[in-house]
Design a protein around this ligand. Structure first.
Ligand code: ACO
Length: 374
């Protein structure tokens, strides 16, 4: 009989881990027309387009429309989609206004998730538009409430990213935020998208799928990394010696946030898209140079310590710098990630519900077995 956690862990470790795929690495669990993460080449394809053709060129509305195409019967054309999303932002603000006070007592991410849980759980275009609009409306409102300021109502006619910046009470950074939202809008069968698809495979509604995605995105091994990237940069700046800080962190068994990826065996192409957008901000040169120097030292240390594992810079490293420059507090970075990724979750949820089967893998039972069960 097992009585304590250590016992359970060693029991599980000792049992033929090679018979199962812990972490489902390389398991193909869905067919998709949405995106392809080409790990060996360091390329991301979104519905046929390389990320480099979308980031900084397409708006978030155009990218979400591209992802939604074919999955909603009454999808308007791209030109009509942006005002429909603008109208959804206005509706969301009105619909969630009464929850904002209590939601603001939680962290901004948890408050946003709680307010989104109040939305109807349908599968039609208006449901998707509400969920697409929700993080863009809720996050700025919660940030302002937590700072003691009144929320600013959305403008239906503004661009999506520009409206977020406006609702934050700021006037610059809209283009960089738009590039960011496009860059993170979809990325294969990552943990949060898989979670959203598992829920959609049961034929539950889009709100349920998006809430599953939000739950998975929150962890530091997925979307929770960029806030800790800022903590790492600040700690290194305070100590003044990147090499010794990084060596100590790795000696202590810590992971360097913003490095490593399950699929990419080369540099994450999203890191460069975001670095380019970051360069459009004035006044960030010193911060960027410092971050680049930390990146160089971190990569050198990781390559030396893990020569058999390709550990490169991932999307979260430059996400942290971009969102910091755009004026978001580091505690809400994961919520801004959700603002972009929700487009992918919604499209994947529809794709799974329309084309997939119930996702129900197997597990291998170890013990106990009572006499009656044997
Ligand atoms: N720092 C130090 N060591 C690392 C790092 C890192 N950032 N990433 C991986 N490693 C090491 C692991 O300790 C492990 O070493 P071991 O074999 O000696 O135990 C080895 O490399 C392989 O790591 P795994 O966890 O098996 O690799 P996995 O593919 O599961 O990891 C992950 C991917 C979770 C992103 C990992 O690289 C990591 O933890 N990075 C830091 C957190 C981060 O940046 N998260 C954002 C990811 S991007 C995104 O999801 C949007």
């Amino acid at each position: 009989m097992i009585h304590w956690n250590e016992g359970i862990i060693s029991l599980l470790d000792s049992q033929g881990a090679d018979e199962m795929n812990n972490g489902l690495e390389d398991v193909v669990a869905a067919e998709t027309i949405l995106s392809d993460v080409r790990g060996a080449e360091g390329q991301l394809i979104i519905r046929g387009h390389p990320l480099t053709a979308l980031a900084g060129r397409w708006t978030f509305e155009e990218t979400a429309h591209l992802l939604f195409t074919g999955f909603f019967a009454d999808l308007p054309d791209a030109a009509e989609f942006a005002p429909r999303l603008g109208a959804a932002r206005v509706d969301m603000f009105e619909a969630t206004r009464k929850f904002l006070g209590s939601a603001s007592k939680l962290s901004a991410y948890d408050g946003m998730r709680a307010a989104m849980a109040m939305l109807p759980d349908g599968t039609m275009l208006p449901d998707a538009l509400r969920l697409l609009a929700a993080p863009a409306v809720l996050l700025p409102a919660l940030i302002r409430l937590q700072a003691g300021d009144e929320p600013i109502a959305p403008s239906a006619s503004a661009g999506h990213a520009a409206d977020v910046i406006r609702m934050l009470g700021r006037s610059s950074g809209a283009d960089a935020l738009d590039t960011y939202l496009v860059t993170v809008s979809d990325h294969g069968l990552n943990a949060s998208t898989f979670a959203a698809r598992v829920v959609a495979s049961t034929q539950a509604g889009l709100t349920s799928s998006v809430l599953a995605g939000l739950g998975a995105l929150k962890g530091p091994l997925h979307g929770g990394a960029p806030g800790p990237v800022i903590d790492m940069l600040d700690a290194i700046a305070a100590e003044g010696d990147s090499a010794s800080w990084i060596a100590r962190a790795l000696d202590d068994g810590e992971r360097l946030m913003g490095f490593g990826h399950r699929i990419y065996r080369t540099r994450d192409p999203r890191a460069d898209a975001l670095k380019a957008a970051l360069q459009s901000f004035g006044g960030v040169d010193a911060r960027l140079r410092f971050a680049e120097s930390v990146e160089r030292v971190a990569l050198e240390a990781l390559h030396k310590r893990k020569p058999d594992r390709v550990l490169e810079t991932n999307v979260e490293f430059y996400t942290a710098l971009l969102l910091e420059a755009a004026g978001f507090p580091k505690e809400v970075f994961t919520g801004v990630f959700a603002m972009g990724r929700v487009a992918g979750w919604l499209a994947h949820a529809r794709e799974q519900a329309l084309t997939g089967r119930l996702i129900r893998p197997a597990s291998r039972y170890i013990e106990p077995l009572t006499k009656e069960a044997a």
